[in-house]
Design a protein around this ligand. Sequence first.
Ligand code: ATP
Ligand code: MG
Length: 621
Amino acid sequence: MTQTPSSANTRRTHTRPGGLTTAAAPESNEGLIAGNFIRQAIVDCLNAPSEPEQDSHGTTTIRRRWAGRPALAHELGETAADPARIRTRFPPEPNGYLHIGHAKSICLNFGLALDYNGRCHMRFDDTNPVKEDQEYVDSILDTVQWLGFGWDSAGESNLYYASDYFEWCYQLAEALIEAGHAYVDSQTAEQMRAHRGTLTEAGTDSPDRQRSATENLELFREMRAGRHAEGSHVLRARIDMASPNMNLRDPVLYRIRFAHHHRTGDAWCIYPMYDYAHPVSDAVENITHSLCTLEFEDHRPFYDWVLERAAESGFVQRPLPRQIEFARLNLAHTVTSKRKLHELVNTGVVSGWDDPRMPTLVGLRRRGYTPESIRLFCERIGVSKAHQWVEPAVLEQCLRDDLDAKADRGIAVLDPLLLELEGIDSLYDAPCTAPVHPHHPERGQRLLHLTNAVWIEREDFAIEPPKGFFRLFPGNRVRLRYGCVIECTGYEADAQGQVIKVRARVLPDSRSGTPGADQYKVKGNIHWLSARDAVAAEVRLYEHLFKAADPDSGEGDYKDGLNPEALRSVRAWVEPSAAQASPEARFQFERHGYFVADRRDHQALAPVFNRCVTLKDSRGR
Ligand code: ATP
Ligand code: MG
């Protein structure tokens, strides 16, 4: 199932239904072409006439105006045309931490704004007071900036909260009531459900649908004043109970909630529904292209309905924002539903939102992912309308491609076995040198002391070598990388037969970099660390959080697919220079992969490293 990208441009995406079927598109620029439908919409919009012009409905189109902040149409007056050619927005609900799927939306929205000399607004869709919290707001802002994007540009600071528009949403609702486009419905939730109809059957009108505007207005004002209990009334749009699109069957605009809001406190006890607040927020912010995931396609007619009514009543200016849908990103071997991520955190399956096994961006960051690698990933997967499943191998390759040039090299011995050397003489008083980076000599040299006891990897020694084993075994010669050639002279084992020590002698004049070094032809080359200098470290090795590629597809609970081996912690030895690195410093530990000093737990005296990714993808081979 798992595919290995063979080169930097390889993309592997998977489509459903019927389990994961592979639709690989190697070496193609399909992603770019597929993403073009959004770019095309933007270009069309930019080419639209900027002078006032009447369309066939007699609607006058003018260039959008911008007051330097969100505003209603009547506040815009003679304000100048919007200096931004396009405006997009990233609108998370602050009810959890951002995950890799959000990165796709962030890169798309902020990226398009950069490409077209536009602005991308950071907006919190905080219309549901029950689940939202400042903790999430703070983390989201931090993460978007960490990814390399910002909302301050060209003298504007475009950080907004949908809750700041509650008063406008309310005023528009009153205007809708007055114009006969909305009514207060006092049916119970159950009655409303029963009257909604089905996909094949029209709904039936509520007995309250014919309430007069005056009565509706009075009731709605009482709702706002807190005079009615939760669930006793809702405000609904008056559209069409027989519409084939269920979303147009008089959708709810407002509900009563006596809940404390993380920003507006107790100022409100009625809250607008997302589908109503969203178009209003887009319009007052001058958003030109409102990009959202495909499940909102059926909501678009209502999005447009709200905007048309708002423009008709003079609340918002034309031209109106346009909603465009794209496919969400699904990463195999993980879950991204916020409900499930909350559950993993709350039940202690993971240590927190930033557990390196989590698909959250704080988790990926702690795992060692760089902002550049995540942006590269979003570029490689592209944007399309087709459901998209991506193997984690694609994400991992992006990290390798980014870290190869950046990460300093180092040595870590993850499964240590002691090697005693005989014949270390004064020649080795001077330390051996290894490049900090093999392709960047200017980054200097690391110093490694060869002493008479060194740590090697247990797997680099065999009592009886299997066929093709070129490393250490009794009588065999190998090179200690950057050091010298040695010959194995024996070993010691404990009562259980477990090897506890290996012995070898140093061959004369074999020191790397000296004239005699080439006289010995050896096939094996192993890494080592001086037992005197090496620093003990905890190294955490990670696998996929779920064994199942699509944990949600099965009959049972998604947690049945959890991988108990997703975290393995080992006692290892690392080079002193790595131990002294600051948290978040990244290394390529030779032969083992890329590692990061843990942001939370790493200290020079007690180093903790997380493996970000192995050197090659060896899964599924
Ligand atoms: P949930 O439904 O689990 O709460 P959500 O998708 O509604 O999550 P939001 O915070 O509302 O989460 O999302 C903010 C933005 O990120 C939205 O515009 C949404 O379309 C986009 N987004 C969320 N998940 C993905 C994904 N997997 N792929 C692409 N875009 C996504
Ligand atoms: Mg949402």
